[in-house]
Design a binder for this molecule. Structure first.
Ligand code: UD1
Ligand code: CA
Length: 452
């Protein structure tokens, strides 16, 4: 028996008051639709169908994975939206799981429960409900005196008596496919000119068929997003869920309420995350690191035993036992090998710092490679941009760059060379030479230290 999910994502989301389609507003770093989609895919057997309409092109472009899109134009309500999937799915699936793209917190396990219940149901429909004090504009679930579901009534159409009902329609349904396709064509247009999927409940009752209701006991899962107030609620609920998972996996979060970890981030055991830290995108962090406070990590990789203290990393890599900060900024392509030390107010971009490099204070390193155990003095700058091109700087091993050296690229500095403080290096410096002045000139051959 096959189940296919249909996600409704064609609505305009007018209540968001936004130029961005509602489905693409991010929650913990991902468009809300992709959270809903991930759960729906997990609870079904075939690639999901996403119904798009408003800004369809933008929505399609933002969603990846094994999904099929169908267009709903014009958007005439949730029932009409599901109808758009009929020609694609009719005869191809036994059950249809329908959910809304604006319910990003619904868990796959809950949807699985819905599908399982429907598989055991002789009637055509199982729906998800929740008992809640705050109705949040949701449709009310009306039951008959024997407890069976009778209908779903939208808030605006409900009588004062019906408004008091505290069982709400969450917006997730599992249908017998054949019954669904026929029922969709029987839905009558509402006073608002829309065809409501929720009217299928009444149709089933009229057919004398049983509706099952699965009651969701976690209110958080049922947060639907219609306004930016709901968006903020969903963000903080999703954040709490992500943070809890990391903590249960062995990561210490000193204050989870102010720790912002996006969906998909990986963090190893015994890493400690200090407050006000943002860990975003495809970031992967190993074990026993200390990150934060006040740090921002995007699409970066960190090995084991590192310290990132009040610093920023974007598209950067730290190997093991590296320490950076406070106020270090690693930009795209910065790669610090093991045991590198980078102190305050440094910036590194598109550069490789080999094992044991020390760069303590106030430096800019761009488009450079720096050999093992080289020391970069305070205030060193690779002058990598000549106004047109980015030029490379190559610094060898065990080099000593004096404070405030300007390395005018392209330039190479040989192994074990030294520059004097304030040197402006415009020509290559051979290995083992001392260079000083403006522009710097090599003045003497350095004595080699005896090998230990
Ligand atoms: C809907 C339900 C309501 C339920 C609530 C839960 C209906 C009629 N009402 O109300 O009972 O309590 O969700 O969150 O279903 N959409 C389309 N095409 C359309 C209209 C909507 O794809 O023509 C999509 C929207 O993008 C959205 C979803 O369907 O993802 C729900 O639409 P929305 O307008 O948010 O419905 P609610 O008023 O929240
Ligand atoms: Ca909604």
């Amino acid at each position: 028996m096959k189940t296919t999910a249909v996600l409704l994502a064609a609505g305009q989301g007018a209540r968001m008051k936004s130029g961005l389609p509602k489905m693409l507003h991010p929650i913990c770093g991902r468009p809300m639709l992709s959270h809903s989609l991930a759960s729906a895919m997990q609870a079904s057997d075939e690639p999901s169908v996403v119904v798009v309409g408003h800004e369809a092109g933008q929505v399609r472009a933002a969603i990846s994975g094994d999904v099929r899109f169908v267009i709903q134009d014009p958007q005439l309500g949730t029932g009409h939206a599901v109808m758009q999937a009929e020609s694609l799915l009719k005869g191809k699936t036994d059950y249809v799981l329908v959910t809304y793209g604006d319910m990003p917190l619904l868990q796959a396990s809950t949807l699985e429960r819905l599908v399982e219940t429907q598989k055991a149901n002789r009637g055509p429909l199982t729906m998800l409900t929740v008992i809640a004090a705050d109705p949040r504009g949701f449709g009310r679930v009306l039951r008959k005196s024997d407890g069976a579901v009778a209908a779903i009534v939208e808030e605006y159409a409900a009588s004062p008596e019906q408004l008091k009902v505290n069982e709400l329609n969450v917006g997730a349904y599992c249908f017998k496919a054949d019954w669904l396709w026929a029922a969709l064509h029987r839905i009558k247009v509402s006073p608002k000119g829309e065809y409501y999927l929720t009217d299928t409940a009444e149709l089933a009752v009229r057919d004398g068929l049983a509706i099952q209701a699965v009651v969701c006991d976690d209110l958080i899962e049922t947060i639907g997003i219609n306004t930016r107030v709901h968006l903020a609620e969903a963000e903080s609920a999703m954040r709490a869920r992500i943070n809890r998972t990391h903590m249960l996996n062995g990561v210490t979060l000193m204050d989870p309420a102010v720790t912002y970890i996006e969906a998909g981030v990986k963090i190893g055991r015994d890493t400690v995350i200090l407050p006000n830290t943002y860990i975003r995108g495809a970031t992967e962090i190993g074990e026993r690191n200390q990150i934060g406070p006040n740090s921002h990590l995007l699409d970066s990789k960190i090995g084991n035993d590192c310290t990132v203290f009040m610093s920023i990393m974007e598209g950067a890599v730290l190997e093991d036992d590296v320490d950076i900060g406070p106020f270090a900024r690693l930009r795209k392509g910065a790669h610090l090998a093991k045991h590198v030390h980078m102190g305050n107010f440094g910036e590194v971009k598109d550069s490789y710092l080999a094992e044991g490099v020390k760069m303590g204070h106030f430096s800019y390193i761009g488009n450079a490679t720096i050999g093992r155990h080289t020391n970069i003095g305070a205030g060193t700058i690779t002058c990598n941009f000549d106004g047109v091109n980015k030029n490379p700087t190559e610094i060898g091993e065990d080099v000593f760059i004096g404070s405030d050296s300007m390395l005018v690229a392209p330039v190479k500095i040989g192994d074990r060379a030294k520059t004097g403080a304030g040197a402006v290096v415009t020509r290559d410096i051979p290995a083992d030479m001392l260079a000083v002045g403006v522009p710097a000139r090599a003045i003497k051959k350095l004595e080699r230290k005896k090998e230990e």
